[in-house]
Ligand binder design. Structure first.
Ligand SMILES: Cc1ncc(COP(=O)(O)O)c(C=O)c1O
Length: 357
């Protein structure tokens, strides 16, 4: 029986919300009224958008330094990841996915019928990717290696030198490397270039959701070599004929103001990170890999499992966080920054009270 669900997404949609919601992963909503846009241009239907709206593909290509023929527009990074995997993988192919990982990456691969193998990003080494670990796990059946950069849940950045090694390893067995970069632009200083440029075997996914607060526009994309990009669009024909044109128009406008949109969220993310650092300094009941960037942090409880703790946190302190079990690490929980600093501070204070109990 094919895998046809995502436990994490079901939980996120039905149980993650609380008065003090630390279970988020992206920044708060960007108010659409603050996006300069001439609404007399708004149309429900477009022309010139059968295989992606050209102005939007051009904006994505221009921003990330890729050829427009390498851009596949998709409904968020979620669909981008699925399309990329489903185009590259055949049932029975091996896919090597990082651990801990964002659950949907595993769910998508399982749904496709791939054989899922894992390589560990050890907490003790700061969730760093060790190419030697990947080399050991590769087989001639491996067709895809999947990583997130920044890493969800820890927000650790993988340097280009390591990504290049992993891309070379993928190439050595005729596989590809999928890098989900949905959090990468949350490196606010010296933002790294997309890893798409590291080699033809690299496929990248991204969207305007986590770092830009525009998740409702569902503007996601894939960067891939033109032949693969065309195959992805052809596969997408099975699911959808065209995209939502108002979304295409607004997303194209967003690309003209990306810095402004990102800067607004940056202030909140950075204020929250300072509060988190203070919290971690004061609470040795938890530990975390501290990063200077990213919208999430993965906290380890020194004692016990997180599930029981999170149930109590929610029922007695009206505060939620994402359970580590969804990342395959039940002693951890993930907190999200960048939504509302008052809420974040009070939520963490309540986490502290629950820890002290
Ligand atoms: C690593 C990763 N990729 C993709 C997504 C989904 O992104 P989108 O909202 O663009 O579909 C998430 C959401 O949490 C994520 O953490």
């Amino acid at each position: 029986m094919r895998h046809k669900h995502s436990d994490y997404m079901h939980w996120a949609k039905t149980q993650s919300k609380a008065r003090f919601n630390l279970a988020t992963s992206g920044v708060g909503a960007f108010p659409l009224r603050d996006l300069p846009f001439d609404y007399s241009r708004m149309e429900a239907n477009g022309s010139n958008n059968s295989y992606g709206y050209q102005p939007l593909k051009g904006a994505i290509a221009g921003t990330y330094g890729a050829d427009p023929d390498c851009v596949v527009t998709s409904e968020g990074t979620s669909m981008a990841n699925y399309l990329a995997m489903a185009t590259i993988l055949e049932p029975g192919d091996e896919v090597l996915i990082e651990h801990p990982a964002y659950g949907l990456l595993v769910d998508a691969a399982l749904h496709i019928g791939a054989e899922v193998k894992r390589f560990v990003r050890p907490e003790e080494s700061g969730y760093a990717i060790a190419p030697a670990e990947i080399r050991r796990a590769l087989t001639p059946k491996t067709k895809l290696i999947v990583i997130t950069n920044l890493h969800n849940p820890s927000s650790v950045l993988t340097p280009d030198s390591v990504l290049r090694e992993v891309a070379d390893l993928a190439r050595s067995v005729g596989a590809r490397l999928l890098v989900d970069e949905v959090y990468l632009d949350a490196v606010y200083e010296g933002t790294p270039r997309t890893s798409f440029h590291l080699g033809p075997e690299v496929v990248v996914t991204n969207s305007l959701t986590k770092v830009y607060g525009l998740s409702g526009l569902r503007c996601g994309w894939i960067l891939a070599q033109p032949d693969l990009a065309r195959a992805m669009y052809r596969l997408n024909n099975v699911f959808a004929s065209i995209w939502v044109h108002p979304g295409e128009l607004l997303s194209t406008a967003a690309f003209e103001h990306l810095d402004m949109i990102r800067d607004r969220a940056r202030r909140i993310v950075e204020a929250d990170r300072a509060v988190l650092a203070e919290f971690l300094d004061q609470h040795d009941e938890v530990s975390a890999m501290r990063t200077p960037w990213g919208t999430t942090s993965f906290l380890r409880l020194r004692h016990g499992g997180a599930d029981e703790f999170l149930v109590r946190l929610r029922s007695e302190y009206e505060t939620s966080a994402a359970p580590g079990r969804f990342f395959g690490m039940p002693g951890h929980f993930r907190v999200g920054m960048g939504v509302d600093s008052e809420m974040f501070r009070e939520g963490l204070r309540r986490v502290g009270l629950a820890l002290a109990q």
